[in-house]
Write a protein that binds this ligand. Structure first.
Ligand code: NAP
Length: 312
């Protein structure tokens, strides 16, 4: 029975992945910063007896040595979308994955799977992308049995993407479009991304970088239109000039959980679709099939007038 060590397992991707791994009889150890807050969701996420939850400071090397010594595979899902005083991109996306890759080498693990993000090599003026790219480079230098996945936006009933957008679209009569809403995405459903990770483990695929995309390319405007259709609401989508967006975001950024940051605005400049410069999930034998509109329809009723039993 293979032993898998997961960091960041309480997040959107981790919760789905743990269920799949334990269904396949992998013994999973998940590291979290806060057992009280994340323990329940993690414990219920996998088959009983197959999940061990460890509360730890992920930068504590003694603790890491302890965790790595009997493991076969390490998966890193730790990531942040915005910085605050305590959590900096460089620490989370560069320093931490570098540390993990060194431990993988030291403890002779069979595989390291690291989740990065699509387009980090293109968005050279984004702090998020730069920190992820620097992390990737160090990992590949430190541990040869690494596979780095670069997903486009990942969605599901418990994501921070479609669910937040549907809440905002429900509340606001008008909604701003940055860069005229033309930025393209290739949304992938979390279940399919987890199938890809499982495939990589089961077939022991070692491939430096794999881009992970869904079956469609949709502009940000098209995504909003599909969400609006799904929640049966009509809203005015208007082009927000960039200079005005920057001023508004300057104030929004001061909030404890900002809706959008300057760095995210920078990222939105770049299309988030397959580059064809690296292998993709299709090349490793997994073609994603789930279509954005069909999947969102399965949970969007929660944002519709009348809820689940409304007519539409
Ligand atoms: N979701 C997407 O659309 C998407 C798209 C492209 C790439 N990715 C990447 O995929 C990875 C997983 O994404 P996700 O959506 O599952 O992330 P998520 O839901 O935001 O969860 C990330 C996890 O990271 C851990 N974490 C965050 N800050 C930490 C810190 N300062 N110290 C220690 N742990 C910390 C948290 O674990 P604890 O709270 O349990 O400690 C959390 O469960 C990330 O690297 C992300 O950048 C995601």
């Amino acid at each position: 029975m293979k032993k898998v060590l997961i960091f960041g397992g309480s997040g959107q991707i981790g919760r789905h992945l743990i269920r799949r791994l334990t269904n396949k009889n992998y013994l999973v150890t998940v590291v979290t910063r806060n057992l009280h807050r994340k323990g329940t969701v993690l414990r219920l996420g996998g088959n009983p007896g197959y999940v061990e939850i460890i509360e730890a400071n992920i930068f504590n090397e003694d603790k890491l040595n302890d965790l790595f010594k009997d493991k076969d595979i390490c998966i890193n899902l730790v990531g942040i979308i915005s910085e605050n005083k305590k959590n900096k991109f460089k620490n989370i996306h560069t320093y931490f994955p570098t540390l993990l890759s060194k431990k993988c080498e030291e403890f002779k693990l069979k595989q390291f799977i690291h989740i990065s993000a699509l387009g980090v090599d293109k968005a050279k003026d984004s702090k998020y992308a730069k920190s992820k790219l620097a992390g990737e480079k160090n990992i590949l230098e430190n541990f040869s049995k690494t596979t780095i996945l670069r997903p486009s936006v990942v969605y599901s009933v418990d994501d921070n993407f479609t669910t937040n957008l549907m809440t905002l679209l429900s509340l606001l009569p008008v909604f701003p479009l940055y860069y005229e809403g033309k930025t393209k995405f290739s949304p992938i459903h979390v279940s399919e991304l987890c199938e890809i990770i499982l495939e990589i483990i089961e077939k022991c695929i070692i491939e430096k970088i794999v881009e992970c995309v869904g079956p469609e390319e949709l502009s940000f405007k098209e995504i909003l239109e599909k969400l609006l259709f799904s929640i049966d609401k009509k809203r005015i989508l208007f082009n927000l000039p960039l200079f005005l967006a920057k001023i508004i975001i300057f104030f929004l950024e001061k909030l404890p959980k900002p809706l959008i940051t300057q760095d995210q605005l920078t990222l939105l400049k770049y299309d988030n679709v397959i580059s064809n410069e690296y292998k993709s999930n299709i090349d490793i034998g997994y073609k994603a099939k789930l279509r954005f509109e069909d999947e969102v329809k399965k949970y969007s009723y929660m944002w519709r007038e009348g809820g689940e039993y409304s007519k539409k």
